[in-house]
Structure formats: C-alpha cells, structure tokens
Ligand binder design. Structure first.
Ligand SMILES: Cc1cc2nc3c(=O)[nH]c(=O)nc-3n(C[C@H](O)[C@H](O)[C@H](O)COP(=O)(O)OP(=O)(O)OC[C@H]3O[C@@H](n4cnc5c(N)ncnc54)[C@H](O)[C@@H]3O)c2cc1C
Length: 362
C-alpha cells in the first residue's frame, strides 16, 4: 500500500482517488473548495448511469432534455436525440466528494488556492496534479501551453426567471470565434449558456462580453430561446491541444515526481472542449499503472492513457474536424452544416460506441 497526495479535487483528482483507493492505496486529496468553476456540466447518459451503478453517486439536478440541436448562427441546424445529461459542475464535485469521504478517502478543503510552496510541504514522493488550467499545474508539471492550444470560454450558469425556451440543448458552431456556443437546459429553470473559441485569432478589441450578448440575440431570433434576465458571465481558459502528447505528463522537482491527470494534461476533446469523461478516464489509467512496488509507472501510465484517449475522445477524425473548424477557411459554415447533415447519425454512433470515461485498452 502506498500513500499518494492529490492536489485538485474535481473530476480527474477524484477519479484518481477513487481508483487508487479501490486498489488499496492511501490517498489524501487537497482541494480549494466545492464551487461552480466554469463548466457546461454536460456528459453522456452512459457516464451518468455508470456513476450511479458503480459508485452510487446520484446527481439529482441532472437533466436529459429532449434533443440536441447542432446548428449555425444563420439558423440552419440538425437535430439529434439528446445523448447527454446536464448538471452543475458544483453538484458533480459535491457528490463525488461526499462519496469519496464515505469511502474513507481523506479530503481537505483548503478554502484557498494552495501556493506551490504549500503544495511541496504536502507532497508524497509521487504526487498527482489534478489542478486543471492553473498556476500550480504550470509550476509542478512545467506545463507551458502554446496560446494556440488554449481556448477562452465565457459562460452563465444558474437559474433564470424571465425566460422561455424549448427543452432542447443547442450547440452553435461559430466560425467567427473558431469555436462554438451552447445553450444547455438543466433541471427546473436552470440553464447553462456560453461561448468559446481560440483567442489568438480574434480581432483587436474583441469583447467576449459583447459577443455573449450578440450570441443571446441570435439564440432568440433563430432558435426561440428568450432570456430576459441579466446574466452574469464568468470567463475561463481551457487547454485543447490537438497533439496532447507534446506536453509533459510528469515532472520531477525538489525530489518529487509530479504526475498530471485531466485538464492538467489538456485531455478535453480538441473541438468540443468536453473534458469531464477524459478526466475520469485519466484517473483510472493512472491507478492501473501502479506497479508491484506500489509506484506509478509513468511510462505505462502514458502508454495506457494515450491508447485509450486515442480510441475515445481524441480519434483521428476528431483531430481532423477540430483542425478544420479551428482554421479560418472560406465557406466554413456551409461545410460544417453539410458535414453535420450527412454524417450526424454516424458521428454520434461512433462517438458513443466507445464511452470516453471507460478503459478500452490496457
Ligand atoms: C466554460 C467551460 C465549459 C465546459 N463545459 C464542459 C461540458 O459541458 N462537458 C464536459 O465534459 N467538459 C466541459 N468543460 C471541460 C471540463 O470542465 C474539464 O475538462 C473538467 O472539469 C476537467 O476536470 P479536472 O478535474 O481535470 O480539472 P478542474 O475541473 O479544473 O478541477 C481542478 C480542481 O483543482 C482545484 N485547484 C486548482 N488549483 C488549486 C490550488 N492551487 N489549490 C487547491 N486546489 C486547486 C480547483 O479548485 C478545481 O476544483 C468545460 C470547461 C469550461 C471552461
């Protein structure tokens, strides 16, 4: 049995904690707080069921919605039966932390962001870095993201009172920001709406705040989403490299081996930015890479992680599509629309064939 410190207690850190604990190791997770970090909170129905069945984690706020509409700002769109549920990031983190405590995993809520110096004092010889896009990740893993690999996202997440909308999730591919916007319906009057893309390609003086209100205007005029509340938005950055393996997975400093999971490694889908399930998968891959001496075999971890990410959320087709949609090419909106129209069922079946949170290759 080995002791491991985990810095960061959201999806990736808690997955590593659950899976290491399951194998009999002692883990101590340090997390700033249970909070509503910017996130869309969308993940597959399959992952939702798995959390219930395998870990008895019940998300009361999770809402499936009727359909997913994928469209363009012009109003052209395709419709699919919703393959995912939406909850708040806070509910997901809260319920996972509750479960971790019930399992006997040690969790400390620090109430503040730990400094690197404080982290060093808490470290075990191998320490897991699950701090997402954060200063600690840059310091511990020496992670230097190329700005082209980082998306900027703004979103509102909360209850609306002065609003009318269909029970459908909406995703709008938007060539202007080389990204996309979404409107997710949650339980009751809960909505999650945001937009994000590649900051590097935006014109000088571009304002995300202003663009967010234009996005709401477009949703109203083209997609029957009427929101007349004042929405407070929060911004965030998310690393979305096409080539995830050019960044470090581990780093030795002060005699400590730091090993990354989840967003700290930029594991989210290179176009959709969906990172909850890849983060979960990385925690599982890390745990099975512990060798007979109780050490995480980092080479093995990288191999397993890579194999699994490449058959789930970062397949060749995902990279091709992401490259296409993240480049300013002419007639892109039309190209996107016809790709969606003719390939929507196939794309969805392929995507769901190998669940992203699950281990497929060892
Ligand atoms: C606006 C937005 C919308 C998104 N929508 C979706 C979506 O709908 N579906 C989806 O699958 N993915 C979505 N994602 C991506 C998803 O949120 C991430 O991929 C996922 O949360 C990664 O989990 P993680 O545990 O690796 O990192 P994080 O969720 O970032 O968790 C890191 C944790 O570390 C803690 N931490 C960081 N630094 C310190 C410190 N110094 N001291 C103590 N604690 C620290 C933080 O408090 C945090 O809880 C979205 C991301 C953004 C930004």
């Amino acid at each position: 049995m080995t002791e491991f410190t985990i810095i960061g207690g959201n999806v990736a850190g808690l997955s590593a904690a659950f899976h290491l604990h399951e194998l009999g190791h002692e883990v101590h997770v340090y997390e700033r707080d249970i909070w509503n970090k910017p996130c869309g909170g969308g993940f597959t129905i399959d992952f939702h069921q798995y959390l219930q069945e395998k870990w008895h984690v019940y998300l009361e706020e999770a809402h499936q919605g009727r359909d997913v509409i994928v469209g363009l700002p012009s109003g052209k769109h395709v419709r699919l039966k919703s393959p995912f549920v939406v909850t708040t990031r806070k509910e997901l983190q809260k319920k996972l932390i509750q479960k971790a405590k019930e399992l006997g995993i040690e969790i400390t809520l620090t109430g503040k962001r730990l400094s690197f110096k404080e982290v060093i004092e808490l470290c075990t010889p191998q320490t897991i870095i699950a701090t997402g896009y954060s200063k600690i990740t840059f310091q511990a893993l020496n992670q230097k993201w190329n700005p082209r690999d980082v998306a900027h996202i703004v979103r509102f997440d909360g209850i609306v009172s002065n609003a009318k909308y269909p029970d459908d999730h909406i995703v709008i591919i938007d060539s202007k920001v080389l990204g996309y916007g979404w409107f997710f319906v949650g339980d009751g009057r809960h909505v999650n709406v945001g937009i994000g893309g590649e900051t590097k390609s935006l014109p000088r003086g571009f304002s995300w705040k202003q663009y967010f209100s234009e996005f709401l205007g477009m949703l109203e005029s083209k997609y029957e989403v009427y929101i007349h509340d004042d929405l407070e938005i929060k911004g965030w950055k998310l690393p979305l490299p096409y080539d995830k393996w050019k960044y470090s997975i581990s780093n030795v400093q002060n005699g400590i081996e730091f090993i990354g999971v989840g967003d700290a490694l930029g594991l989210a889908h290179p176009l959709l930015g969906a990172g909850i399930e890849p983060a979960w998968l990385s925690g599982k891959c890390l745990a099975i890479a512990v060798d007979t001496k109780g050490q995480i075999d980092v080479n093995k971890y990288q191999k397993i992680l890579r194999k699994n990410i490449e058959v789930t959320s970062c397949r060749k087709i995902d990279i091709i599509l992401a490259k296409l949609l993240r480049k300013p090419i002419p007639k892109k909106n039309a190209l996107t629309y016809y790709t969606l129209k003719f390939l929507k069922e196939k794309m969805l079946t392929e995507m769901l064939k190998k669940p992203w949170y699950m281990l497929h290759e060892t």
